[in-house]
Design a protein around this ligand. Structure first.
Ligand code: NAG
Ligand code: NAG
Ligand code: NAG
Ligand code: NAG
Ligand code: NAG
Ligand code: NAG
Ligand code: NAG
Length: 644
């Protein structure tokens, strides 16, 4: 009784000094990098549903941007084995348009989830307000083969990894979590763990058309973030947003034989803009800002003439877990010395014995020219060491510059192969056709636009003149019974941007090149590995996945992606913002990105490579030795793929 009275007094005192805090769920979490997920959710749900904002986002922006999405009609019936990624996009938009939502969060989260489940990392809705938190449970999982049997385990390096998040994270965990390191997972939410992993792959992961690739994204794994070794929580333990407060598991801790039930809290990590209360959370994270919408690049105050130059097309996914990345515990990082300059996004190693060079290509992004000079430097070292075999690790490579994928392919295969990329098209919808025609009338070039023809080459390799209209005539295409006209087919013009001397012939026998990854190889990475496989039959090995379930070696093989700001700038630069088909400026801070170009397969030129099923010839489970340990994985692969 006494304590209750004391509490009431304390509450009254705190109410009298800071009344807004008690009624303001955002003030309660302000300034904290880690908070319990339900506390963050209370803040996110404190903004009422607003019909004006729904119509702005859904009807006037997203529905119109979808007109440019190359794969819209493929979604009506995604071919086997990608059938899980089937959706009637327009029907989904209509459903969201008529659903009653209590809060702005509920509307946006439904839209976020619906578009995420297209499983196309190039086509995502990111409402900044509601993707600013990532939930982290202190129990990332992995599939390991132990004594010949595969099972789901809590990561063996749990203690080192979780402690690296700091006391502000661990202080919020109210269970004895350290003893869970390496625990065998018996069930998750009452289900068989692999079945639950399938469920997360289907409902949370997104980004990759292939289900098996998404399964690997549910597990924890190593990666490079910039030039730094990092460990991904995985989509079970580290989903974007704050939709869930906890997760239940039955586990057998290492050394025991008895299963026990545990409940793991989700702790939310904030990666948005600082705020102090509900009003400033909205103002700083939710309202459109200078970088939300596009601009007219013709305006000399926006792009002065000396700065007008061709931009490099990008094909990458957005992994929100990168914005708050945590390090791979040091004992798992390679002990072999990094060869050459390790400032870039790629690390080169020579394995003991000097037979095998390793390139860990963590991304095709970063600095466009540093990537190229890093490759040259690596091959100089490989040559000096007498290396005759090359292993390329593409684990968790989310893509980057389209032309760096073609660059690496061209460097490995030699320029004798000719054009190093795919045939490509974009959609010839009525607004796209108006943009191309208007760009021509305005005399625009690749310095200001991705739509002008000088970005591309004819299929004979000649660069198109800027005033060539490659959508007139358009090319008929029927997809799932729908007429879906495209532009004429064209090539990329990447060789115009290669700025190092290119070898004429392969610097290493192409038969002695192998690729290893966890299948989470997206966008430019997917295009690069597909090129290597379709043109040179490169050996590809995928690690992990669910036993007896396929994993493709590539995840998201779209082609060039345009962010909302990019397509909006194309429209504004073409003087077409007033066209009734043009999407409206967003009133909220967010990004609806879309896959703007398709890449067509060599093996079947009627199919986008995204829809060509290509399984790796080699599949391995992770073991206690290779899990999370890139160097051990390379040594294992050297033996298995090259016979040493
Ligand atoms: C932990 O949180 C406190 C209070 O919010 C903050 O002052 C401190 O900088 C945080 N520590 C770290 C390592 O982030
Ligand atoms: C809904 O949002 C619009 C645009 O931000 C704003 O002008 C309007 O006041 C909001 N409506 C309500 C009821 O808050
Ligand atoms: C949503 O409903 C409004 C009002 O009925 C309508 O004007 C709009 O076209 C609809 N948008 C979509 C995407 O269905
Ligand atoms: C369990 O503990 C033993 C002894 O410390 C260790 O060798 C083994 O790797 C652990 N298993 C897992 C899955 O972490
Ligand atoms: C890339 O790196 C080069 C060499 O360090 C530098 O000159 C250039 O400015 C960088 N480019 C960008 C876009 O940062
Ligand atoms: C490997 O190559 C390096 C030079 O890069 C050389 O110093 C070393 O002796 C070589 N080792 C073997 C085993 O050939
Ligand atoms: C390539 O094709 C284009 C369009 O058909 C043509 O104008 C051009 O002359 C051709 N170039 C060569 C080198 O044949």
């Amino acid at each position: 009784m006494k304590s209750v009275v004391g509490l009431l007094v304390a509450l009254a005192v705190s109410l009298s000094v800071s009344l807004p805090v008690a009624g303001d769920p955002c003030a309660a979490i302000a300034g904290k990098s880690f908070v319990l997920a339900p506390d963050a959710l209370a803040c996110l749900k404190s903004f009422p549903f607003n019909e004006t904002l729904r119509q702005n986002v859904l009807t006037h922006n997203i529905a119109r941007v979808f007109d440019f999405f190359t794969f819209e009609d493929y979604y009506l019936r995604s071919p086997v084995p990608f059938q899980e990624s089937t959706s009637n996009i327009r029907a989904e938009l209509a459903r969201i348009n008529t659903t009653t939502y209590a809060t702005d969060y509920d509307f946006n989260w439904d839209l976020y989830t619906t578009i995420t489940q297209l499983n196309d990392g190039h086509t995502r809705w990111f409402p900044d307000c509601y993707t600013s938190y990532q939930s982290l449970a202190p129990a990332p999982i992995v599939s390991l083969e132990i004594n010949g049997v595969q099972g789901v385990y809590i990561i063996p390096d749990l203690v080192d990894f979780i402690n690296s998040l700091g006391a502000n994270y661990t202080n919020l965990i109210t269970i004895d979590w350290q003893r869970l390191a390496g625990a065998k997972v018996v069930s998750i939410q009452g289900q068989d763990p692999y079945e639950y992993v399938d469920f997360v792959a289907k409902t949370v992961s997104g980004n990759y058309l292939d289900h098996g690739v998404r399964v690997n994204s549910v597990f924890s794994s190593y990666r490079l973030v910039g030039a730094t070794y990092s460990q991904r929580f995985g989509d079970l333990a580290g989903p974007t947003g704050v939709a869930h407060s906890s997760i239940n598991m039955q586990v057998i801790v290492n050394g025991s034989t008895k299963a026990e039930a545990i409940t793991l809290p989700y702790i939310a990590n904030f990666a948005g803009a600082a705020f102090t209360n509900r009003e400033s959370f909205w103002a700083n994270n939710c309202v459109a800002n200078d970088e939300t919408n596009g601009v007219d690049f013709k305006n000399p105050s926006i792009v002065p003439s000396p700065m007008r130059r061709r931009r490099e097309p990008i094909a990458s996914i957005v992994d929100k877990s990168v914005s708050s990345a945590f390090g791979l515990p040091p004992q798992f990082q390679p002990t072999l010395p990094v060869q050459g300059d390790n400032q870039g996004i790629m690390k080169a190693y020579v394995l003991p014995g000097n037979r095998t060079g390793v390139l860990f290509v963590g991304s095709f992004g970063g600095n466009f020219s540093t990537f190229q000079t890093d490759v040259v430097a690596a091959f100089k070292i490989f040559k000096a060491s007498g290396v005759t075999q090359l292993m390329i690790d593409l684990t968790n490579n989310g893509g980057g510059f389209v032309c760096l994928g073609q660059f690496l392919h061209s460097y490995l295969a030699g320029t004798i192969i000719g054009y190093p990329g795919f045939q490509s098209t974009n959609r010839a919808n009525p607004l796209a056709r108006k943009i191309v025609a208007s760009d021509i009338k305005l005399g625009l070039t690749d310095q200001l636009s991705f739509y002008t023809a000088d970005n591309w080459a004819f299929l004979n390799g000649t660069q198109m003149p800027a005033n060539y209209n490659y959508m007139d005539p358009d090319v008929p295409l029927v997809v799932n019974g729908k007429n879906d006209v495209t532009s004429q087919r064209f090539h990329d013009t990447c060789e115009l941007s290669f700025d190092v001397p290119m070898p004429k012939t392969p610097p290493i026998d192409l038969r002695n090149i192998a690729i290893v990854s966890n299948g989470n190889c997206a966008s430019t990475c997917a295009m690069f590995s597909t090129l290597m496989f379709e043109k040179h039959q490169t050996k590809i090995a995928v690690f992990g996945g669910k036993p007896n379930e396929d994993v493709q070696f590539k995840g998201m093989a779209g082609n060039q992606v345009l962010e909302w700001i990019d397509i909006d700038s194309e429209i504004k630069t073409a003087n077409l913002k007033d066209d009734p088909l043009a999407p409206a400026d967003l009133l909220v801070s967010g990004n609806f990105r879309h896959n703007w170009r398709a890449a067509w397969s060599f093996v079947d030129e009627r199919l986008p490579i995204a829809y060509v099923s290509e399984l790796p010839k080699f599949r391995f489970a992770y073991t206690s030795e290779t899990y999370n340990n890139p160097q051990n994985l390379w040594l294992f692969s050297e033996k298995t793929l090259f016979g040493k």
